[in-house]
Design a protein. Structure first.
Length: 410
């Protein structure tokens, strides 16, 4: 049995190159199809990943802990104690790679000429750095030096609208737990640039302890944000945080905190699958036609094989092996071509020419293609399965040939 299989495999390989022009044309089509599937998947995954990451910069962390009433009323009245005990221990255990406790309140920032409503964040800069929530670029000055830093860091767009700048003083106003106005002057110590201009207008930063003193809330905080550097696998470690936080606190993943981003991720995954299937479904017609023509041209040869003792099952296996070899060669070439074409682009594709449109979509001006092993494996599985199904009909027709009629066919 093994000897028959080995002979059939060698025969299938030789048959594949008897008409090498036809084989090379079909091989080129499969290679380009596989490359297109993987390359477009990398672009779409890069766009979606950037969209999610940009969203997580506005909503730092993949899991957040709040007072249950805070999301409905984000005021200092609904603050919570700083993490301690079991919760603090859980935040320090893998796969959690970083966490930050912050005060987050609505506020008004007023300069000499203008005033704007913002979300004021009282942060510890070291903790923020551990979850990647530090502003993208500090254009002027510096970021905060510690949780007790009483300076303020503004976005470039907000500073422009306030007609203020580095070193100038602004007045910050918010509400304390008694619903009284708490205000004080702060010096602008830094101007930052974010990937999205909307973020620059929305967020202002000051030291966490400085903001706690201003609001008179002691050591209380508004939220805890934690990350494991993988927004797709949040569900694997969220339960340990929820169990440690207890029923008094609300622990939510980013997919619930921002359903729009979660829906975008699901749409992208579904669209990638449809895209891959559609591309190869189109290629399947060419594959079926090629193999059908190969069977038609070799009717006498296949009939002679049957007359010499090869069973219909052997003919079926022979034709299927020829198509499998063709598919595997196309897969190797297509995956290699995709890797070679995506590798130089991993530093980013400059899309500044369409910056406005990208900003409307919530994206930056640089697109980073994301080549993932699972996309390559999925495209490989689709090509092999659909390819074998597409060649089943020509193989079945070859196995059904009548030897006498096939040999006498002119």
């Amino acid at each position: 049995m093994k000897g028959v299989l080995a002979v059939t495999m060698r025969l299938a390989w030789r048959n594949l190159w008897r008409n090498y022009r036809r084989t090379l044309v079909m091989l080129l089509a499969i290679t380009i199809g596989v490359w297109a599937m993987i390359f477009m998947s990398a672009l779409m995954r890069g766009m979606t990943g950037q969209l999610v990451r940009n969203g997580l910069e506005n909503l730092p962390g993949e899991v957040q802990v709040h007072n249950p009433a805070w999301r409905d009323d984000p005021s200092v009245v609904n603050s919570m104690p700083a993490p301690g005990g079991e919760l603090l221990a859980a935040l320090g255990q893998p796969p959690v790679q970083g966490w930050a406790a912050r005060v987050r309140v609505p506020a008004v920032v007023a300069s000499e000429r203008e005033s704007r409503g913002v979300t004021l964040l009282g942060v510890d800069p070291l903790q923020e750095a551990s979850i990647g929530a530090v502003p993208h670029v500090i254009a002027e000055g510096r970021f905060l030096q510690g949780p007790d830093d009483d300076g303020i860091v503004l976005g470039a767009s907000l500073a422009d609208k306030l007609d203020t700048g580095l070193g100038k003083r602004v007045v910050v106003m918010s509400q304390d737990p008694e619903n009284n106005v708490a205000d004080r002057g702060m010096r602008v110590v830094g101007i930052y640039h974010a990937r999205l201009e909307a973020s620059e207008e929305r967020f202002a930063y000051t030291g966490r302890q400085a903001l706690q003193r201003l609001l008179g809330i002691g050591g209380e905080i508004s939220e805890i944000a934690a990350t494991a550097r993988d927004y797709r696998r949040t569900a694997q470690w969220l339960p340990q945080i929820a169990a440690a936080a207890g029923p008094e606190l609300e622990v939510l993943p980013w997919v619930q905190l921002d359903p729009y981003l979660a829906s975008m991720l699901q749409v992208q995954d579904g669209f990638s699958m449809i895209f891959i299937v559609v591309i190869f479904a189109v290629l399947s017609f060419g594959l079926v036609n090629t193999l059908a023509m190969a069977v038609f041209e070799r009717v006498r040869e296949l009939g002679l094989m049957q007359a010499l003792g090869m069973r219909p099952g052997g003919i079926l296996l022979l034709v299927q092996l020829e198509s499998l070899y063709l598919l595997l060669l196309g897969l190797v070439a297509g995956n290699l071509l995709a890797w070679l074409s995506i590798r130089p682009l991993q530093d980013g594709i400059d899309l500044s020419a369409v910056a406005e449109g990208m900003a409307m979509m919530g994206l930056g001006t640089t697109l980073y293609p994301a080549l993932e092993l699972r996309d390559m494996l999925f495209s490989t599985a689709v090509v092999v399965v659909l390819g074998c199904l597409a060649t089943a009909l020509p193989a079945w027709r070859a196995a059904r040939l009548d030897p006498v009629r096939a040999i006498n066919k002119t």
